[in-house]
Design a protein around this ligand. Structure first.
Ligand SMILES: CSCCC(=O)C(=O)COP(=O)(O)O
Ligand SMILES: [Zn+2]
Length: 203
């Protein structure tokens, strides 16, 4: 079995270079065949991760890490929930971009309408002139409350695309492979960038 940490490190380094994972912002995880997942340890610079900067979380919540000082990402509860709600997901990526935060303030309600761009096909929306919304969640200080809100909403109303925004915080995507999760981050960031630019030029 290939260890997914190399791919997570490469993705984090790329996202860092795009300024979507500045400093210690964001967290990435990837599942293993036994149902456990590797997740970035909390507070690590995402531009220079190594294998020892990850924690393995088992389905029963137990964890394993290279040293006992290592804490799993503060947002592990969201990754755990995503894997529970979407059992085919193999990766969950969360980044903080300026555009994601700007877009999260374009509306005050719980969803933002995305422009009907061709790029939505990359997120699985194969429709002409699609009406596609991205869910937005409140950024509670306690991450478990964010996870509770996501669970409550998604159990009733599953999202059309594998992505969610946390207002003034960042975007989270999930996918059936690490490669797809990386593409999804690029696609949502393209869409956010487009939305910010259309506002800027007033169209
Ligand atoms: C400066 S980032 C604040 C915490 C956060 O939102 C994040 O994504 C990183 O947290 P982690 O515990 O995964 O390092
Ligand atoms: Zn975050």
């Amino acid at each position: 079995m290939i260890d997914p940490r190399d791919e997570l490190i490469a993705a984090a380094s790329y996202f860092y270079s795009q300024r979507w994972m500045v400093g210690t912002a964001g967290n990435l995880s990837a599942r293993l065949p036994d149902g456990s997942f590797w997740i970035t340890a909390s507070g690590k610079s995402k531009g220079q991760l190594s294998w020892d900067d990850f924690v393995q979380i088992y389905p029963d919540g137990k964890l394993e890490s290279a040293n006992t000082d290592l804490k799993p990402s503060a947002e592990t509860a969201i990754h755990q929930l995503i894997y529970r709600l979407f059992p085919k997901s193999q990766a969950c990526y969360h980044v903080h971009s300026i555009e994601a935060n700007l877009v999260s303030n374009f509306v005050t309600n719980e969803v933002v309408l995305l422009p009907p761009l061709e790029m939505l096909k990359g997120l699985g929306v194969w429709e002409e002139n699609p009406i596609c919304e991205m869910p937005i969640f409140r950024n509670h200080l306690e991450v478990s409350r964010i996870a509770d809100d996501i669970q409550a909403r998604f159990e009733l109303n599953p999202p059309k695309i594998p992505a969610l925004l946390i207002r003034n915080h960042g975007v989270t995507v999930w996918a059936n492979s690490l490669e797809m999760a990386r593409n999804y981050i690029e696609l949502v960031e393209y869409i956010f960038c487009y939305m910010v630019n259309t506002r800027r030029i007033g169209i």
